[in-house]
Write a protein that binds this ligand. Sequence first.
Ligand code: SME
Length: 153
Amino acid sequence: MPDYPALAARIAALTAGETDAVALMATLACELHHADDRFDWTGFYRVVAPGILKIGPYQGGHGCLVIPFARGVCGAAARTGVTQIVADVDTFPGHIACASSTRSEIVLPVRDAGGALIGVLDIDSDRPAAFDLADATALAAILAATFGRPGVR
Ligand code: SME
């Protein structure tokens, strides 16, 4: 488990005053990915049209470029607005396997200051059941502090 308070403080310092969403996503993908060796793919999918996610900044192997809200763990997080913690991706209906090594996944909705969905944060692990509620809570707080600031777009 990373030292989430220290990670949040580092991200806050690195992104202070920044409102460009892509710059913020790139910084978080980098800092989150290197914070924990459970994280084998760390990245964002952006809402680019109604019902459509498109890949954003990420760390790790190739990620698929486009995900409709109707598909995958990312689509489920975007469609429902609820964080998805998947202990075994092989049991998730419609899971999209960007890497055959992925065993578990967490996907969180990303919202702007007005509460509008602007994307999702996807973290994949090669370990089974790698993520828990503590990860979801800490990551959601980092996302809210970063993307919930006024003027992010
Ligand atoms: N596994 C995700 C797709 C994104 S790749 O893992 C980077 C999903 O099922 O939505």
